[in-house]
Design a protein around this ligand. Sequence first.
Ligand code: HPA
Ligand SMILES: [Zn+2]
Length: 348
Amino acid sequence: MCQSKIHEFLQGLPKCEHHVHLEGCLTPELTFQLASRNGITLPDDPAYASVDALKNRFERFTSLDDFLHYYFESMAVLRSEQDFADLAWAYFLQADADGVHHAEVFFDPQVHQERGISYETVVNGFSAGCKRAEQELGISTRLILCFLRHLPVASANELYDQFLASGHYEAGVIHGLGWSSSEVGPPKDMFRDIYASAAAKKIPLTAHAGEEGDASYISTALEVGAQRIDHGINLIQDPQLMQRVAKESILLSVCPVSNLKLQCVKSIAEVPIRKFLEAGVKFSINSDDPAYFGAYILGNYCAVQEAFNLSVLEWRIIAENSVQESWIPNERKAELLAKIEAHVKRFL
Ligand code: HPA
Ligand SMILES: [Zn+2]
């Protein structure tokens, strides 16, 4: 297939996104707009001198923690429910343009709470953005609350109690829990108690693991109850674990451009896409923090295509697995699988 045809195929291929941080959709432009709207002085760092200076800084992250520094600092511009709703809406508009039909999106209440923004403000704003995407764009959505590994466990425990007391899970406002932030350093199983409690309540659980950390971070995440692994590229270090992940249909939410930008790989070709396909490991392809890494989901699909030259049928497997392992009812899965089938048929 010629380049323009494959781009048309990838653009129209019905997609599910499972790994995007709503705060990671805060572009330099929106950062400056919200800073001005809220009368906030941006950090005294040359990176924040202008929109272009910030964009330039985002071109040279040296590690996950180097990125996280800017990710957490920029969030200070988010203050009102409307700010959070606007940020989510900005993501959903781009996702819609990229052919996303279902999106499971992360957010980080702890950092907002630490700077005096209430849990309710954050959840109400983000869930308003999700509701608008469902109504106006027909995208089904799932909000996933993330616990942060660089903060004390006591802070996560407090948030977990607040989450339980809010009734947000039962009300379908928040659909699952995850963990993220610095990988190597804090104890691998720091959220063991929270995950045991949440698993007993049948709350869907995922975890960032195997991005900078080795495969043992993945096995620990699974041991404490994660049903999905975010990133997980270092699974290839452990063939036995890889077999188990394939056998148990544990989805990896892989983020190729993020891996490149955070120097976890030297090129997209190093992301084990073909090895996962060959081993029957299910994965989806995702954007992670698109405002920081310069690629939304379609950019990630195209980067994978350029590196691996996958066939239409291989893309069909990826798209179908993305639907099958989404946290949605079977009727919605059937609807999305039919859309994929119709689209694929046009290109075979
Ligand atoms: O890629 C990531 N890894 C860990 N934490 C994060 N928070 C936003 N993006 C990431
Ligand atoms: Zn992530």
